[in-house]
Design a protein around this ligand. Structure first.
Ligand SMILES: Nc1ncnc2c1ncn2[C@@H]1O[C@H](COP(=O)(O)OP(=O)(O)O)[C@@H](O)[C@H]1O
Ligand SMILES: [Mg+2]
Length: 390
């Protein structure tokens, strides 16, 4: 068996019911989502977390008895109208495979396509005319038929609910957008997606979760996210042992090709993020595909190369910052512990605070739930050769 075969087991792709044997942890989160789907009669819910942590994956595991579950994407558009159109188009398309509602869904999709084509066609025409500096009246522009679109959406949902009892709508990919854009999108559709027997679950970026919890707790002055979301499930990064298990499940047939230390180092590198774990092991195998077996030197070399490339602009450190790094290789603890640790290596207290801040900003030091530690990306690299002194 050669390393070539290993690469195909290390692909980054969301898991689903068919590949559930590769899933580690997340039973609790999936159960909560399934309960929203099954027991709540309407409302908007969310699943949030950093990119690569597994949002699409958990959405793929949402099941509900006696309900129709559909996953769609909506892409960000400039205007409220076009977001609504996008939503209707994608939902209609997803429903076209449902026997009893297929025909109506197809008609609605065709209607939307036509609307968009005619408005867009006109707008294009106008811009050509306008560039020839001919005056035109704004009032002559054909408008998106917003109210008709809303009615079509309602029709589609009501019909589905009638036939299937309930519709669970999973909206993925909004997590790729910036917070402000997500908020704008949500604002645009929130009143269009409140229907009895429609449960909507959205994938959201981490920043929205932070905002949401602050609103719930009344820490934000003008918070209103708790008006939009009934609840949000937050996906914490996985534990190091879960990350290791995830890798082992993928390559278990070829474990002899990878040393234990390699799995250990890849798991540190990931810092709890499944995508990063798969990525680093894939890269390492790929770059050493001619070797018989992957050992510590190989993965460390790959990490050093990647860190050198991706962090290049952050790698210039002051003497004190570097001193701090050396002291922190195996550190985990509170800010107070951290300051104490730095003081032990001869750094003044006030300086220690600012060093901590700088290293967090450079993402070299991680802060999670009040606990500081060195990012796993740096744990196994030779810092003296990697970092340049300023
Ligand atoms: N709990 C898990 N167990 C095993 N692999 C996982 C798990 N969660 C995510 N992954 C893997 O990590 C990668 C990123 O997951 P994905 O669901 O696409 O993340 P997100 O949607 O949050 O960006 C995928 O390759 C997926 O297979
Ligand atoms: Mg995703």
């Amino acid at each position: 068996m050669s390393l070539r075969n290993l690469v195909k087991h290390l692909v980054d792709k969301p898991l689903d019911l068919e590949s559930r044997n590769l899933l580690v942890d997340r039973e609790k989160e999936i159960q909560i989502l399934n309960r929203f789907a099954e027991f709540q009669s309407y409302g908007v819910y969310g699943v949030a977390g950093e990119t690569g942590v597994g949002k699409t994956t958990v959405l793929n595991f949402v099941e509900a008895k006696d309900a129709c579950v559909k996953k769609i994407n909506i892409t960000l558009r400039e205007s409220v109208d076009s977001i609504l159109y996008d939503l209707i188009y994608n939902l209609a398309r997803a429903l076209e495979v449902e026997g009893e509602i297929a025909k109506e869904a197809r008609q609605i999709r065709e209607w939307i396509t036509e609307e968009v084509a005619s408005v867009r066609g006109f707008v294009l025409g106008v811009s050509m005319v306008a560039s020839a500096s001919v005056n035109f009246q704004k009032s002559q522009l054909p408008r998106f038929n917003f109210f008709a679109a809303r009615e079509k959406l309602a029709e589609l949902i009501e019909k589905t609910v009638q036939l299937k009892r309930k519709l669970i709508l999973l909206i993925d990919e909004l997590d790729k957008e910036k917070k402000e854009d997500v908020l704008r999108t949500l604002d645009a559709i929130k009143s269009q997606i409140l229907f009895e027997n429609l449960v909507v679950i959205l994938a959201l970026p981490y920043s929205i979760y932070r905002e949401y919890s602050a609103d719930r707790m009344r820490w934000n002055e003008a918070g209103n996210l708790e008006n939009i979301f009934k609840d949000i499930v937050f996906l914490e990064p996985l534990s190091k042992s879960d990350i290791k298990e995830l890798l082992i499940r993928r390559i278990h047939e070829h474990l002899e090709l990878v040393s234990q230390e390699v799995l250990e180092i890849a798991s540190d590198f990931a810092d709890g993020n499944p995508r990063d774990a798969i990525w680093i092991l894939n890269k390492t195998v790929f770059e050493n595909v001619g070797e018989k077996r992957i050992s510590k030197e190989h993965i460390v070399r790959t990490i050093e190369k990647l860190v050198g490339e991706y962090f290049a602009h952050q790698l210039t450190l002051t003497e004190n910052q570097r001193k701090a790094l050396r002291a922190l290789t195996d550190f985990t603890g509170s800010k107070e512990d951290l300051v104490f640790e730095l003081q032990k290596s001869g750094i003044k207290r006030t300086t220690a605070y600012s060093i901590i801040e700088q290293l967090v900003q450079k993402k070299i030091l991680l802060l999670r739930n009040g606990v500081y530690r060195l990012s796993g990306k740096f744990k196994h690299v030779d810092m003296d050769s990697l970092f340049q002194i300023r």
